[in-house]
Design a protein around this ligand. Structure first.
Ligand code: NAD
Length: 367
């Protein structure tokens, strides 16, 4: 039996997030939205397509006019307008009209791209998200942010565009490799740290089951994580206020990601950024020393780094200042007032950042 959360937009019920252990209920959920006798285009990527596209296509054929599959080359380097152009061409050649449906089957890259295509093709056609990475299930598929990178600038072109349904089949996480799973977990941990100390404690208590990818534990974890993100995006759908709290760990994390030329995974950089932000929070006496060390050490059993080598502090600070989220010179930082309560702060100095970077720089005597 599926579990469901509903996400509101501007106070009105907008779309369901369905949590399940297979794809079996997907056709019924799509039919319930009134999409019968329409054409469906499943947009996927070259890793996910061979694993799941045929199964999803087979299930959807009885409730559609025609199902076609478009396979994007996998990877962030393909999240660009050149690839988007090719998909527009494909949709036109398949005579997709405004009543048809786009289905994103993949991780955050596919979800962001398919969502952007849906937002712009014929000035907007409906789309459904079927997220297949832990990051996409707990974070990127919710909230309606879509878009692509532009000449090295991440997510520079895009739109807020809500899906009609988000359908999670937890079992697809079994084919995800260890580092992708860990990378997504950084965002889960972030949700607990910024909004819900009970959830953070639950993650620690269920560490073994999470690592083992026990389906019941994963459904509970993904659902809770989605519920936290749901509450944040409902309150601030277009990132004018509270939604910025989701950037906890991302201010320094993004700068490290860029500095390391995207050689580290996003979640690894978020973990490093979260440790640095927690360190600043401790130094400002918002967190106790024990809380800081506990937060730092909790990333380790989930396969996430808490230290990094070979970084140039000044270069990272420069990158932070040039980030598009920097607000007329001052950097919007997210600090922790306590575990489960994040606050926005624009007064963090370069010296505080420098000290935090020193803290996460690996040295021989790092515990
Ligand atoms: P991704 O989509 O590149 O997926 C990671 C890798 O895993 C890819 O190689 C993919 O092919 C593969 N994969 C996906 N599902 C799989 C499965 N079930 N089994 C085996 N392999 C699988 O990366 P991601 O981490 O999911 O998403 C990152 C993207 O999400 C970034 O572009 C980022 O900007 C975006 N993002 C968007 C939001 C938002 O609110 N829209 C939020 C956070 C991140």
């Amino acid at each position: 039996m599926s579990e469901i959360l509903n996400v509101k937009y501007n106070g009105e019920p907008c779309y369901d997030i369905v949590f399940d252990k297979s794809f079996e209920e997907l056709p019924a959920k799509i039919s319930e939205l009134g999409f019968t006798n329409r054409r469906f285009c499943i947009i996927t990527d070259s890793n996910v397509g061979p694993l799941y596209a045929e199964q999803v296509k087979g299930l959807l054929e009885p409730v559609s006019n025609k199902v076609v599959v478009y396979e994007l080359p996998e990877g962030e380097e393909n999240k660009n307008l050149t690839q988007i152009n090719k998909v527009y061409g494909f949709l036109i050649s398949e005579k997709f009209d405004r009543h048809d449906l786009i289905i994103a089957l993949g991780g955050g890259v596919v979800g962001d791209m398919a969502g952007f295509i849906a937002a712009t093709y014929l000035r907007g056609i409906a789309f459904v998200q079927i997220p297949t990475t832990l990051l996409a299930q707990t974070d990127s598929s919710i909230g309606g942010k879509t878009g692509v990178d532009y000449e090295g600038y991440k997510n520079m072109v895009g739109a807020f565009y809500m899906p009609r349904l988000v359908f999670m089949n937890i079992s697809v996480l079994n084919s995800l490799d260890g580092i992708q799973f860990a990378s997504g977990f950084a965002e889960v941990m972030k949700h607990g740290l910024i909004k819900d100390s009970d959830f953070y404690m639950w993650l620690i208590e269920n560490m073994y089951e999470i690592e083992e990818r026990d389906p019941e534990t994963l459904i509970t974890m993904v659902k809770k994580s989605c519920d936290i993100k749901r509450a944040v995006v409902e309150k601030d759908p277009t990132e004018k206020g509270d939604r910025a709290l989701l950037n906890f760990g991302h201010t320094i994390g993004h700068a490290i990601e860029k500095y390391k030329n995207f050689e580290l995974h996003h979640g690894e950089c978020v973990a490093l950024g979260a440790v640095a932000a927690a360190f600043i929070s401790w130094k400002r006496e918002l967190l106790s020393m024990d809380e800081y060390y506990e937060i730092r050490d909790m990333f380790v059993p989930f396969g996430l780094p808490i230290s990094v080598t070979d970084i140039d502090e000044d270069e990272i600070i420069n990158l932070m200042h040039s980030d598009k989220k920097a607000d007329s010179g001052s950097i919007k930082f997210v600090l922790l007032k306590k575990v489960g309560k994040a606050v926005l702060d624009k007064t963090v100095t370069d010296d505080e950042v420098r000290a935090a970077l020193k803290e996460i720089t690996w040295t021989e005597d790092f515990e």
